[in-house]
Design a protein. Structure first.
Length: 636
């Protein structure tokens, strides 16, 4: 364990050694308090306050793992322990990184482990823990790499927060009673086992690389690496009719009519289009079906349902209603932390995008309507207008026009692998300028919002047919449940939030800066964090760690073409990106400064700029030299 920390400086090593005696006293107190909560502790008889738990690397207490005089881990396996796991007392162990209570007799619900946010591994397999696990149970455990919960009696959903842990490599949940669908993981798990649960639905694409026996013993799972969902479980048309009849018989007449009508629409949807469209369509239909059931108040027909009405916020758009949307053939565009988005082609040929948001209950109905009307009044060529929305307590639907060229994220990180050319420098500059103008407009029009955008990232920048950027998902921070916002929204990743727990009027500028760095480096902040692993670097500090002379060769995306005679301007934009991501918000540009600097940028260097700022690098790098440079290895 100590080996991993070989990079610690000598100074810090000395510092830690000096600290040994005092911190062990408090470690000892914490552990003894922890022991109080356990039952059948015969195995821990040598836990005695007259000896400190650790002397440097040596553990004096059974089951304790030490590092430099600190309690680094607890390995209390096969000890017949029961009682409760008192996480509160462990929380004071500042160096605790690994915990194992495998193969004991602990019962009850999962302890509140997210308090131990420094943990790298947590092993709770082979106990009798039970009950549902809250969806945020692992939120913020950013160092967690290994989690074993196998062979307990857990029920309910696999907690969504697990799917967002950036460093998770190994997950074992086999032998429980987890049900419903597996969440889409945002990392590549090296090892995972979901077998012997009651999981169902399609295995998310991010887990398709795992072996079949990672999923065995769940009757209703389908999709790679198991059988295809369509061939395995899709009921025949006849079956649908039978089900509909049976269901209908059980319900009141009006209700039955409604349902049959809806099913017929779904059936026709399922029977058109190519196979892959068909799959996507089926999934989208299933999802939208849920919306529909909500809007017609489920199976309880006597209850007065909420009106299933779309509220239009603009006059300059053709009207349609919720039923038109549900009738439309739909295709899933993506699903994020908030919910999914679909492309729907209306009968009249119009294509719209429907985004479905959950966790958006911060506003009551009236306040929500008010806020939507405010967003509906926005009008700017770089802001994608909201067309209509749908309000239900449990979820909201947002309807916008479909934007032809997809998201900036797709172009930077994916599409060019599918035959689309990578974005060249003039296009990237145009995008940066458009995004900045759109953002400045939001600042001007939504002055009461601390973060007028709040969720600015490359997947929320769409590109129209002429690659003019359009911002989406703006102005939503006040509507989203605070906890969810803090966990997932871009504004809350800014240093002023992670370090000082506040967001400011400059927070969106930080997001803009990160976006600029992403556009120039072609590197994705989230996956970059993953690669950076142990080191706490983000994209900005990585760029800062490079010598300025190396920027053009090592930092700038080598797939960005048409950079000839533009090096000077590219460097200026990179510097603006860094100034916008300045960790100290006081020193950071504000929106006005950022917008002014960005407006000044040009597509090509004027001779003056280029030679005066770069002549000292030698021959001012001819464009040929430049393209040689930028093909240099990209490994960092
Ligand atoms: C702790 O150890 C001391 C001496 O080593 C012994 O006298 C004392 O009884 C022990 N205390 C407990 C609680 O076991
Ligand atoms: C679990 O603990 C029991 C005794 O408590 C032991 O007999 C058994 O071998 C252990 N199993 C594993 C897998 O360690
Ligand atoms: C108590 O722990 C011992 C091993 O330390 C184990 O053999 C025994 O079964 C446990 N008793 C209970 C009631 O769990
Ligand atoms: C997952 O666990 C099951 C049950 O213990 C086992 O049969 C299977 O081999 C495991 N799969 C992997 C990939 O470890």
């Amino acid at each position: 364990m100590a080996k991993r920390h070989g990079s610690f400086t000598l100074v810090s090593a000395i510092f830690f050694t000096i600290m040994v005696s005092s911190s062990s006293a408090s470690d000892s107190k914490a552990l003894l308090q922890f022991k109080e909560s356990l039952e059948n502790v015969t195995a821990l008889s040598d836990w005695n306050s007259s000896v400190s738990p650790c002397t440097d690397q040596k553990a004096n207490w059974k089951g304790v793992i030490c590092w430099n005089g600190h309690v680094w881990g607890l390995k209390l396996e096969n000890m017949g322990l029961s009682g409760s796991i008192d996480v509160d007392s462990l929380a004071s162990l500042g160096y605790l990184r690994t915990l194992s209570f495998m193969n004991n007799s602990f019962e009850g619900s999962l302890p509140n482990v997210k308090q131990l946010s420094g943990l790298k591994s947590l092993y709770l397999s082979n106990n009798k823990l039970s009950g549902d696990i809250a969806s945020d149970a692992f939120a913020g455990m950013d160092y967690l790499k290994k989690l074993h919960l196998a062979n307990n009696k857990f029920t309910g959903k696999i907690p969504e927060s697990l799917a967002h842990l950036q460093r998770l490599l190994e997950l074992r949940v086999e032998g429980n009673q987890f049900d419903s669908v597996i969440p889409e993981f945002h990392v590549h798990l090296n090892h995972a086992n979901f077998s012997n649960n009651k999981l169902e639905g399609k295995i998310p694409a991010s887990l398709a690389h795992l072996s079949k026996d990672s999923f065995s013993g769940n009757e209703d799972l389908c999709g790679a690496p198991l059988q295809d969902c369509n061939t395995s479980k899709k009921p025949s048309k006849l079956m649908i009719v039978i089900i509909v009849i049976v269901v209908a018989a059980a319900l009141a007449a009006i209700c039955a009519v409604l349902i049959i009508l809806h099913r017929r629409r779904k059936t026709s949807l399922l029977n058109t289009g190519s196979t892959s469209d068909l799959q996507k369509g089926a999934a989208a239909a299933r999802d939208l079906d849920e919306v529909e059931r909500g809007s017609t108040a489920g199976s309880d027909c006597s209850r007065k349902s909420e009106p299933g009405m779309l509220s239009f916020v603009r006059d300059d758009h053709d009207r349609f209603d919720l039923q038109d949307l549900l009738k439309a053939s739909a295709e899933i565009l993506g699903s994020g932390c908030f919910g999914s988005s679909y492309k729907a082609s209306l009968v009249n040929g119009q294509m719209v995008v429907v985004k479905r948001f959950k966790q958006m209950n911060n506003f009551g109905r009236e306040e929500f309507h008010e806020h939507m009307r405010r967003l509906g009044r926005l009008k700017h060529r770089n802001v994608l207008p909201l067309v209509a929305y749908y309000f239900r307590k449990e979820e909201k639907l947002f309807v916008t026009d479909f934007v032809k060229n997809g998201s900036l994220a797709g172009h930077l990180h994916g599409k060019h692998n599918e035959g689309h050319p990578s974005l060249d420098w003039p296009t990237r500059l145009k995008i940066v300028k458009g995004v900045t103008r759109g953002l400045a407009y939001l600042y001007a029009e939504l002055p009461s919002l601390i973060v007028p955008h709040g969720h600015l990232k490359s997947s929320n920048v769409l590109l129209n047919e002429s690659f003019e950027p359009l911002l989406t998902d703006y102005g939503l921070v006040p509507a989203v449940n605070l906890e969810h916002a803090q966990e997932y929204m871009v504004a809350y990743k800014a240093p002023e939030y992670t370090q000082q727990n506040r967001i400011t009027k400059k927070t969106d500028v930080w997001s803009l800066g990160m976006l600029i760095l992403e556009i120039l480096t072609g590197k994705f902040q989230a996956s970059f964090l993953q690669q950076a692993k142990e080191s706490e670097q983000d994209l900005a500090s990585w760029v800062n760690s490079m010598e300025q002379q190396e920027w053009m060769s090592k930092v700038i995306d080598h797939e960005m073409n048409d950079t000839k005679n533009a090096e000077g301007e590219i460097m200026k934009l990179l510097e603006i990106g860094l100034a916008c991501t300045e960790g100290d918000a006081e020193k950071r540009y504000d929106m006005k400064e950022a917008a002014e600097k960005i407006e000044e940028l040009k597509e090509r260097d004027t001779d003056d700029d280029f030679y005066s700022s770069h002549a000292s690098d030698g021959d001012a790098r001819s464009s040929r030299g430049l393209s040689d440079d930028i093909s240099i290895s990209w490994n960092v």
